[in-house]
Design a protein around this ligand. Structure first.
Ligand code: SF4
Length: 346
């Protein structure tokens, strides 16, 4: 049965919902290994290199109340996170972006908390796009308006991310009492309507069922501009309402990454280093991921705490891991040292 489903995926046929559920339900290690191998094979047949995405966190001052129960990013949520409030200045965002560019990392994610109608995102897009050649992902959740999405397009933002986390409404409302799933859905729709590439992912290990994951993956298929699916395993932050909830196991994360690859054969499948753990990046790649996120270069000028856990991947170590697996990290040619171009301000 599993062999037949895998064969259909390898032949680039669309899997049906019940087939995907069977893949999730399989418990035999032999079958799980076959799913990983098929996922890697599909990734390698469609994609010759592994994308690297760095990050800059714009602000942790979040106006969502009450806070999401798992959140350790917003100010005062966890002593393992940033804890103290910050909002990065234009110069700090520029310095961070330039250090990413200098390292040869091709892509940066600018993410931040809620309550700014997307204007923090627009400011970051302007700085990154007017001063670097980096590919840009913006992630401020549902804190975007039609107008700010339009402005992001004008600054040539490549991708906008709005993670639904889970489409199990009861679970969403329980874990995110200050947010509404419909607001996140509307944001994804606005991004699609604007013709920008959409990134939208799953937070797993939060009490969702396999059927929830299957429903979520098939729901995402409906967005025509979907180009990226992040798979994020839950890790508890101290002092949050979910501090005693068990972390998502590595095998569940690998299984979900691999099954996502069998469903979305040519899609960018992202694994943030904080959620899988920097030491486990190789397992995400063995499961068919092709984008490693929150990759921080040496000499990065800002303090970083990962989102999803406070750890993050070091650029050189991630590159070494990718090469050790015989894969090819996408790295931009490092430019010769030239006079730094000053910031373009409004
Ligand atoms: S997860 Fe995001 S939206 Fe929720 S409280 Fe934290 S920063 Fe705010």
């Amino acid at each position: 049965m599993i062999n037949k489903i895998i064969k259909r995926a390898l032949n680039e046929q669309d899997l049906k919902k019940d087939e995907v559920l069977d893949l999730f339900k399989t418990r035999s290690y032999e079958n799980i290994l076959k799913i990983f191998e098929a996922a890697s094979e599909l990734r390698d047949s469609n994609n010759k290199s592994i994308k690297l995405t760095s990050t800059v966190h714009l602000t942790n001052v979040c106006k969502i109340t009450p806070k999401c129960k798992y959140c350790g990013f917003a100010a005062k949520t966890s002593s393992e996170g940033y804890y103290y409030s910050f909002s990065k200045t234009e110069d700090e965002i520029l310095m961070a972006a330039q250090s990413v560019k200098k390292a040869g990392i091709p892509r940066i994610s600018c993410s931040g908390a809620h309550g700014y109608n997307g204007q923090h995102a627009v400011q970051a897009a302007k700085i990154v796009k007017e001063n670097t050649n980096l590919e840009l992902l913006i992630n401020v959740g549902s804190d975007l308006t039609k107008e700010s999405v339009k402005q992001l397009t004008e600054y040539n933002t490549d991708t906008v991310c709005c993670n639904l986390e889970t489409i199990n409404l009861k679970l969403f409302n329980e874990l995110k009492p200050g947010e509404k799933l419909k607001d996140r859905l509307m944001t994804c729709k606005m991004v699609e309507d604007e013709g920008i590439e959409l990134s939208s992912g799953l937070l797993i290990g939060i009490g969702e069922s396999y059927q929830d994951r299957v429903n979520h993956l098939f729901f995402l298929k409906e967005f025509h501009t979907l180009g990226e699916v992040p798979i994020m395993g839950f890790n508890p932050y101290m002092e949050t309402p979910m501090e005693n909830h068990p972390p998502c196991s590595l095998i569940e994360q690998m299984k979900t990454i691999a099954i996502t690859r069998l469903v979305f054969q040519d899609m960018r499948i992202t694994v943030p280093t904080p959620t899988i753990g920097p030491e486990n990046v190789k397992f995400s790649l063995m499961a068919g991921a092709d984008n490693v996120a929150t990759v921080i270069p040496d000499h990065y000028p800002l303090d970083v705490k990962g989102v999803g856990s406070s750890t993050y991947g070091n650029f050189k170590e991630v590159v070494k891991t990718i090469r050790e697996l015989g894969l090819n990290p996408e790295i931009n040619e490092i430019p010769c040292p030239v006079k730094e171009v000053g910031i373009t301000k409004t």
